[in-house]
Design a protein around this ligand. Structure first.
Ligand SMILES: Cc1cc2nc3c(=O)[nH]c(=O)nc-3n(C[C@H](O)[C@H](O)[C@H](O)COP(=O)(O)O)c2cc1C
Length: 420
C-alpha cells in the first residue's frame, strides 16, 4: 500500500477554530443539493461520509459508512446505535475515558462505499484496496494518525468524545423508508478539514417510498447478499442465488434459490439466514428453476408451492433491528418468518409440478409411430418428432389405428405405450 505525501487532497487545509462546519455545507448548497434531505430531519445531514478509525486494540483501520448531523461550527452527531465494529471500538475507548480519533471522507471512489459496509475482522483499508483491485495510495491526516485514500474529495478530521451516547441525534429519513426517531448518540468534534481545490461534495439517497432505487438500499443489499452467501455455503452447500430485495431496504426480505441435496435443507437455509444477520426478517427459499430476481416468479411460487400450515416457519423473540417500525413498542426483540417455497423433496419432477413450455421437437427419429412406441413410452411431442409431423394429425390417426390393432395405454405421466 503506497503512502502518498501531501497531495491534492490537502490543497486546502483548515484546522482548529478555522475549520468550520459551514465548509461542509457550502459545496452542497453551491451545487444546488439540499443539505436538509428530508422535511423532518433534525438538521442538515452529511449522508455519504465514510469513517476511518484505528482500533487501538489491533492497530487495524476500521472503515464504515455513517451519517453526520450538523450540530454547530465544530460538532456533528453520528448514529452509532446499531451493532457495528465502530460501535464496539468506540464503547471500549469511552469506557476508558478516552477520545477516539476519527476521519470522515466525503466524496470517495464508488467501490469504497461497498468496502465500508462490510464488517470483517481485518484491516479494512485492505478491503478498500482489494475491491479497487489496485494499490491504494493513502495520506496521513493532518491532526491525527489515520490514513485515508489520497483521492478523497474532503476529509473531516476529529474525534468522538468520551461521554458516550449523550446527545440527541435525529430524526432522519432512514433506510427502511420511514423516519428514525431521535436517539442518544456520541458527538464528533472537528479538528481539521482538508479538501481538493475543486472538491465534489457527495450525497447518498436513503429514505422514502422508492427505497429500492436509493444508494443505501443497493449498498445494504450487496452486504446482506455477501454475508448470507458465505453462511449458506457452509450450512447447506449448494445455494444457487441470493437476493436481498432493495425495496425492503436491502436486508429485511431475502430470497434464496437452493439446490437441495437432502430433505430439510430449505428449512436449514431459512434458519441460517435468520441467524446470519439481525435485520434479515423474511426469508423465501425456492428451487433453482425460480428466478429470484423476478417478483412475478416469486409471487407465483408463493401462490403455488407453499402450504402455509406446512411451509411457514415463525421464530419469535429474535434479535432484530430496533428501527423496524412494526415492532411492538418498547420491544427489543422481534419475530422472523421463513417461507419454504420449494417442492416437497424429490417431487419437483412430477407432471403436475412441471412448467408448461412450447414443444421443442428435439429427439430421436423412427420409421413409424408404432416403431417409436415399441422403443419405449413416449410423450405426444416425442411421437411427432419421431415421424417429423408438422401438426400431429397423422400421429393421432396412427395412434387410433394402433389402439384398435395392438391396444394403446397411457402411463401416469401421459406417455403412450402398448397394452401389456
Ligand atoms: C449509506 C449508508 C449509511 C449508513 N449510515 C449508518 C449510520 O449512520 N450508522 C450506522 O450505525 N450504520 C450506518 N450504515 C451501516 C454501516 O455502514 C454498516 O453497518 C457497516 O458495516 C459498519 O461498519 P463497521 O461494522 O466496520 O463499523 C450505513 C450504511 C449505508 C449504506
Amino acid at each position: 500500500m503506497a503512502v502518498a505525501n501531501p497531495t491534492e487532497l490537502q490543497q486546502h487545509v483548515r484546522t482548529g477554530e478555522d475549520a468550520d462546519d459551514d465548509e461542509r455545507r457550502t459545496p452542497a448548497e453551491g451545487s444546488g443539493e439540499a443539505a436538509c434531505q428530508h422535511g423532518a430531519d433534525g438538521a442538515p445531514y452529511i449522508s455519504s461520509s465514510i469513517d476511518y478509525v484505528i482500533d487501538p486494540k489491533t492497530g487495524f483501520t476500521n472503515v464504515g459508512l455513517r451519517r453526520m448531523m450538523l450540530r454547530g461550527r465544530h460538532e456533528a452527531g453520528i448514529d452509532l446505535v446499531a451493532p457495528s465494529d465502530l460501535r464496539a471500538i468506540y464503547e471500549a475507548s469511552a469506557a476508558q475515558g478516552k477520545r477516539l480519533p476519527v476521519s470522515f471522507v466525503v466524496g470517495a471512489h464508488p467501490i469504497d462505499h461497498v468496502a465500508a459496509v462490510m464488517r470483517l475482522p481485518v484491516d479494512e483499508l485492505g478491503i478498500v484496496a482489494s475491491l479497487r483491485d489496485a494499490p491504494l495510495p493513502v495520506v496521513k491526516c493532518v491532526t491525527n494518525d489515520i490514513r485515508v485514500p489520497a483521492d478523497a474529495e474532503y476529509v473531516l478530521e476529529g474525534y468522538l468524545d468520551e461521554r458516550g451516547h449523550v446527545e440527541a441525534e435525529g430524526p432522519y429519513g432512514e433506510f427502511l423508508g420511514y423516519y428514525g426517531a431521535v436517539k442518544r448518540n456520541p458527538v464528533f468534534h472537528l479538528t481539521a478539514i482538508t479538501k481538493r481545490k475543486d472538491a465534489l461534495f457527495q450525497t447518498s439517497t436513503i429514505g422514502g417510498r422508492t427505497m429500492g432505487r436509493t444508494d443505501t438500499a443497493q449498498l445494504s443489499a450487496l452486504r446482506t447478499e455477501v454475508m448470507i452467501w458465505r453462511t449458506l455455503e457452509s450450512a447447506v452447500r449448494e445455494p444457487v442465488n441470493v437476493y436481498a430485495t432493495t425495496s425492503s431496504g436491502g436486508a429485511f426480505n431475502v430470497r434464496v434459490a437452493l439446490r437441495q441435496r437432502v430433505p430439510g435443507e430449505a428449512r436449514n437455509a431459512i434458519a441460517t439466514c435468520m441467524g446470519a444477520l439481525a435485520n434479515c426478517k423474511n426469508v423465501f427459499v425456492v428451487d433453482p428453476d425460480i428466478d429470484i430476481f423476478s417478483d412475478e416468479q416469486m409471487d407465483w411460487a408463493l401462490a403455488t408451492r407453499f402450504q402455509p400450515d406446512r411451509d411457514l416457519i415463525v421464530m419469535s423473540n429474535m434479535r432484530t433491528l430496533p428501527l423496524d417500525p412494526s415492532l411492538t413498542p418498547g420491544s427489543r426483540v422481534g419475530s422472523k418468518a421463513g417461507y419454504d417455497l420449494t417442492w416437497p423433496f424429490g417431487q419437483g419432477n412430477k407432471i403436475e409440478n412441471r412448467v408448461p413450455a412450447a414443444p421443442t421437437f428435439e429427439g430421436k427419429r423412427f420409421a413409424s409411430v408404432e416403431a417409436a412406441i415399441a422403443d419405449g413410452p413416449k410423450f405426444f411431442e416425442e411421437l411427432m418428432t419421431a415421424v417429423g409431423s408438422r401438426d400431429g394429425r397423422e400421429v393421432v390417426r396412427e395412434i387410433d389405428a394402433l389402439r384398435a390393432r395392438r391396444g394403446i395405454d397411457r402411463d401416469g405421466e401421459g406417455r403412450y405405450l402398448f397394452k401389456a
